[in-house]
Design a binder for this molecule. Structure first.
Ligand code: SF4
Ligand code: SF4
Length: 233
């Protein structure tokens, strides 16, 4: 995003709405810190700039990756998945990605007001690859991995995004290993992250993974998502 200095009247509206505090007023002109800016387009859409001074710039790689991880209405160019790439997990009841005896995980790094460098994702993806997880192929973050060892493409590591979601699944037997890794990384990772655990109900109506989560000291807030309208057979 760019601000046309000659048009800016220093009203400060864009400063207030920026979710990562990337805009400052300097000498009564709005100035964007390009390193912090996550290209979320919130200033363009929500500041209601009185002088039409905020302009979208044409983004190129590697900076281009900031936009789909930060802008809720952007579609990821690499995967074609809108909404930051959680579609497959959310629609599991029709896509059937996570089957009986498998557990899916989503680990979201960063959030509005904080953000995250993509290098943080690697703190998870490298040890996860060692455990042998199956990364979700339709997830934008998976598309940025350089190899099957969980390394990110080198030129992307310093890119700043609002949040990014690591999605993968494991056989049920490996669930404890994943939970122990998450507990360990909780002490090492220098940003916020939240964990989603996706499982199917067992035949008897129970959710087997709940006991494991409780044993490992996770605070669990169960919710179910069932699509009753359009779906894939
Ligand atoms: S909203 Fe527009 S005029 Fe107001 S500070 Fe931001 S760029 Fe300048
Ligand atoms: S695009 Fe988003 S992060 Fe960048 S300056 Fe505008 S509101 Fe802030």
């Amino acid at each position: 995003m760019k601000i046309k200095e000659d048009r800016c009247i220093g009203c400060g509206q864009c400063v207030i709405v920026c979710p990562v505090q990337a805009i400052q007023l300097i000498n009564n002109k709005a100035v964007i810190d390009r390193d912090l800016c996550v290209e979320c387009s919130v200033c363009l859409r929500s500041a209601n700039c009185p002088s039409n001074a905020i302009k979208r710039e044409k983004l190129r790689m590697p900076r281009l990756v900031r936009n789909p991880f930060s802008d809720v209405i952007a579609t990821h160019k690499l995967t074609g998945v809108p909404g930051r790439g959680t579609e497959e997990m959310k629609t599991n009841d029709v896509t059937n990605r996570i089957r009986q005896n498998e557990i899916g995980f989503s680990i979201e790094i960063g959030r509005p007001g904080i953000g995250a460098r993509l290098s943080v994702a690697e703190q998870f993806t490298i040890p996860l690859a060692k455990i042998g997880v199956e990364f979700e192929s339709a997830s934008p973050l998976t598309a940025l991995l350089a190899d099957d060892k969980g390394n990110l493409q080198e030129d992307l590591k310093n890119e700043h995004v609002l949040s990014a979601i690591i999605e993968f699944k494991v056989p049920y037997e490996k669930t404890t290993q994943i939970l122990e890794l998450i507990k360990k990384l909780d002490k090492e990772v220098d940003t916020v992250f939240s964990v989603g655990v996706i499982s199917r109900f067992a035949e008897n109506g129970e959710i087997p993974v709940m006991d494991l989560l409780n044993d490992k000291g996770f605070s669990v807030r169960p919710n179910a998502k069932i699509n009753i309208g359009l779906g894939r057979a």
